[in-house]
Design a protein around this ligand. Sequence first.
Ligand code: CAO
Length: 415
Amino acid sequence: MSKALDGVRILDFTHVQSGPTCTQLLAWFGADVIKVERPGEGDATRAQLRDVPDADSLYFTMLNHNKRSITLDTKDAMGKQVLETLIRQCDVLVENFAPGALDRMGFSWARINELNPRMIVASVKGFGPGPYEDCKVYENVAQCAGGAASTTGFDDGPPMVTGAQIGDSGTGLHLALGIVAALYQRNNTGRGQKVLAPMQDAVLNLCRVKLRDQQRLERTGVMKEYPQYPDGTFGDAVPRAGNASGGGQPGWILKCKNWETDPNDYIYFITQAPVWGAICKVIGKEEWITDPDYATPPARLPRLKQIFAVIEEWTMTKTKFEAMDILNKFDIPCGPILSMKEIAHEPSLRKTGTIVEVDHPTRGKYLTVGNPIKLSDSPTEVTRSPLLGEHTTEVLEQLGYKAEQIEAMRARKVI
Ligand code: CAO
């Protein structure tokens, strides 16, 4: 079956997580992704957090499926020539080097545009133009600078980063969308363009509801769905809201039966207004259905802590899965706190290709997250990540290089 991005060739100059997650998505949609790596070492993540001696790490393998790898020293004159050929023959160059690195290599936007006016140059940087534009940035820096850390955690604790890699993988997603949009526009204009996704901006985009709350706070001085209401105080910036829901339906994480021995026997419970009656019946508090202190959402807001404490008395009599079964029968929105172990073994995720087992020549079988975006006419088959330089000869031959030229490059350690 054909793929959505068949015929699109990507010069993948990315490393670590943010850029690779973008090009991996493009590869899953069918693009030919050629990852260019430094001879000898390659992407630094190949060797980071290794669990199998001398084998590419899971950090690398899980971010670089369906790609081809070539080694190329792009600071060597001969290497620069190959890079020029690649630029002429590819549709998109994706990079996430430190600010200025591509220019220092001799490949400014102007130069790339001269070599191939149709080329789209897509970059992840930590920050957009401004005071921090020259800074190197990793995941948690972006989470801190994008508003996530300040609004995550509990009010009486320090700012907290989240396990979801919203700075790296989140920005990679944003960049992938920018690339596809630029490819679409190129169909009409015939021109390439620059695509920039700064990590701070991507995190902020994902924290949009907190900027909403900042403005609500400035207008009214209080946010009634936050745990600080009604007993605590509000300052002038959005506080950390613990596990409160970010929407208009109050929610909280509640203990379940085995919480003392199982760190994940908890459930997220949402007191959605239309099912309030059903909630009251399930937890044995039918009098709350008509009691004016509990009957309406505004009446419940100052009592949320007490309400959740009572609901928790009920959830603590069930495991999270038993609670789910009962609550779902009444359409009460809730979610089990699933551990990575539970997710890894969840049959439905295996069936949909969201959790995939991949075989690798040096590390053996491992699990990965497949393509979470499902296209009915462009299914994804996850193939293993390439070994360092596995496709150097193949790609150079495709670019038109002769065996003697490739040998000369090898002798000079350019590839
Ligand atoms: N041949 C020759 N040189 C190469 C090369 C190749 N194939 N590939 C890379 N290089 C060179 C670069 O040109 C650069 O050289 P200069 O410093 O002389 O310009 C050098 O390798 C190092 O690149 P770097 O500065 O990007 O790498 P780093 O490890 O020092 O920094 C990171 C890593 C992630 C902090 C930085 O790249 C960055 O801030 N990127 C943008 C933000 C980003 O994507 N962060 C997310 C990373 S995932 O957590």
